[in-house]
Ligand binder design. Structure first.
Ligand SMILES: Nc1ncnc2c1ncn2[C@@H]1O[C@H](COP(=O)(O)OP(=O)(O)OP(=O)(O)O)[C@@H](O)[C@H]1O
Length: 578
């Protein structure tokens, strides 16, 4: 148990001082509580001495008043410190998780499901926020309280004191076994919570698909199962804990009875004064209040420990190693030197070498799954190469700091993600210091100023999660404005495959032309018009660059490129014909 406490205590880090304050204040609260007992003892002694006067009654009333006010104030302060410690401890960990997620390799997101990450930063941390300070204060404060009362009992009669200590020991033996049992269930609870969060996320995120395939029933069933599983495990924990909690109460009950019987016996035998015997009986009832509260909290001790362990695991995930280089890159040419990469067993890129010169456009084409996205993601270090190296401006990209590397790259993804924020903040996401004028200028160049102005609150319009209220073309243009504002020398662009209406398509084309002026462009190209304009086309297939050259050269060569172009042509004719 001491190890668990150490772990919980260490976890509190900066908030240890607030928790310590809360424990000390909690102890003061117990002292005020004890004052009441002192008052009662004083009255009892005076009554049995037959010397009780009005002055004594006034003294006792004063003691009781001071004790009551003191208790209220100390309880308030202790609670405040606990809430403060819990809140700031969780906030600090949440910020750390956020920072960590920015620095872990993308492989982490495949290994760790969204459900697991969400559970950690929400449920797990909420549990810690509420449980850790409370556990420390309740358990440590409770034990301290009991210890003080036990000492008082020793003062009244040594045998009564020993009985109280034996009761406390028996209580701890039961608690030890209860804790062991709780450990067995703690990880099950964690798993069930993760599963539930995953199901809720999936249902919300996939609502469109669920509705369109009329799968509400099936999905509801999975969600209900997850809720049921969670409920069952919580019930199971309650059921397993109940006998131990009952046993704890029985032990305490027997101890109280023993203290009362012994006090009466010693009084009858003349071993104790009447006032001491009555006081000892009253103390017998109160002495175990502290550990009773502490004992019930111990059931959640292991759950808190489990939560801390899972967060520690997250903190230990190795981060991407970055270099220290931050000097300006004058010619950010990109070069792949004998690069190989595999996500797991299967090689996706196999000893690839190529160059993308400054201010040129490279189109990456190839069949689906040939590694086009992977190729681009390696440049931004979303993943690190297994073999070979990628150079930017003549230096391995690993030599740069991540912020420095990313300041040279703007990425426009096919699936645009817009944050639940204003349009302005979405555009200036990469450059938070940008002024409204700069945002408008970028939006104008990205051909989205007009439709933004037509929205109810213009640039201050809030957009829903994932930008649900905008069309696909509008969303992509906003992401182009975002990239435009960043003004990075390298633009990695995943061209949208989804068909866009002609008006949007024209605007999108102009926006792309603006974005790519005087830049190094690496484009996963799907449209023939884009591919034709490229200075260099890399045709990826089976992990290799099967062909390279410009459009005319490759058309002359024939092979995979010509086949892909012919297929695209047919698709376009088919589209027009329809
Ligand atoms: N995170 C990942 N973990 C494991 N395998 C992955 C991951 N991402 C992609 N792959 C696999 O790597 C291969 C290449 O994927 P990639 O997305 O780079 O191809 P692509 O050419 O861009 O495909 P598409 O044109 O369909 O978008 C595919 O077989 C894919 O299943």
């Amino acid at each position: 148990m001491i190890t668990v406490f150490k772990k919980i205590w260490n976890f509190a880090e900066k908030e240890q001082s607030n928790i310590r304050k809360s424990i000390i204040v909690g102890f003061l609260c117990a002292a005020f509580n004890a004052m009441q007992m002192g008052g009662v003892y004083y009255v009892l002694v005076k009554i049995f001495d037959e010397t009780l006067s009005m002055k004594d009654i006034a003294i006792v009333l004063e003691i009781l008043l001071v004790s009551l006010v003191g208790k209220i104030i100390t309880q308030y302060i202790s609670q405040l410190e606990q809430t403060h410690a819990g809140y700031f401890m969780a906030a600090d960990k949440r910020i750390r998780i956020g920072n960590k997620l920015k620095r872990v390799p993308m492989g982490f997101f495949s290994e760790f499901s969204l459900g697991k990450i969400t559970t950690m930063s929400t449920t797990t941390l909420s549990q810690i926020e509420m449980q850790v300070p409370m556990l420390l204060v309740l358990v440590l404060g409770g034990l301290l309280n009991t210890f003080v009362f036990a000492l008082a009992l020793f003062y009244l009669h040594i045998m009564v004191g020993i009985t109280a200590v034996l009761g406390i020991l028996a209580f701890f033996i039961v608690t030890y076994f209860m804790e062991k049992k709780s450990r067995e269930n703690a990880s099950e609870i964690g798993i069930a919570q993760t599963h539930l969060t995953k199901q809720v996320l999936e249902t919300v995120q996939g609502m469109q698909v669920i509705k369109s395939y009329n799968l509400g029933g099936k999905n509801n069933k999975e969600l209900s199962n997850a809720f049921e599983e969670n409920c069952n495990i919580t019930m199971k924990l309650e059921k397993t804990m109940t006998p131990y909690i009952a046993l704890q109460r029985i032990v305490l009950g027997i101890s109280i009875a023993a203290i009362i019987i012994l006090s009466a016996k010693y009084y009858i035998e003349g071993d104790m004064l009447l006032a001491d015997a009555i006081m000892s009986m009253i103390a017998g009832f109160i002495i175990f209040e502290g550990i009773k509260a502490a004992g019930s909290s111990m059931a959640i001790l292991r759950i808190a420990e489990n939560s801390i362990d899972s967060l520690k695991y997250l903190e230990k995930i190795p981060e991407i190693k970055e270099g220290a280089e931050t000097s300006p890159i004058r010619h950010p040419d990109i070069e792949f030197k004998d690069v190989s990469f595999a996500y797991d067993e299967k090689t996706i890129l196999d000893h690839i070498s190529c160059e993308m010169k400054n201010n040129t456009m490279t189109a990456i084409v190839g069949p689906s799954g040939s590694g086009k996205t992977t190729f681009c993601n390696l440049i931004a270090r979303f993943w690190d190469v297994n073999v070979g190296e990628i150079l930017m401006g003549g230096k391995n990209i690993k030599e740069y700091t991540l912020p420095h590397l990313m300041s040279h790259i703007a990425m426009v993804f096919q699936n645009v993600y817009l944050f639940e924020d204003t349009i302005e903040n979405n555009i200036k996401f990469g450059v938070p210091s940008a002024t409204r004028e700069e945002v408008i200028e970028a939006a104008k160049k990205a051909m989205c100023h007009d439709f933004i102005e037509a929205l109810p609150n213009g640039y201050d319009t809030l957009i829903g999660e994932g930008g649900a209220t905008l069309s696909g073309g509008q969303k992509q243009r906003i992401s182009i404005a975002r990239a435009m504002l960043k003004d990075a020398p390298i633009v990695i662009f995943d061209e949208a495959t989804a068909s866009i209406d002609p008006e949007n398509e024209d605007k999108l084309k102009s926006a792309i032309e603006e974005l790519t002026k005087n830049k190094t462009i690496i484009m996963i190209a799907h449209r023939l018009s884009t591919i034709r304009n490229a200075d260099q086309i890399l045709v990826l297939n089976n992990g290799k660059i099967e062909q390279r050259g410009n459009h005319e050269e490759l058309m002359k060569q024939g092979g995979l490129y010509k086949t892909l172009i012919n297929m695209k042509n047919k698709a376009t004719i088919w589209k027009i014909a329809n």
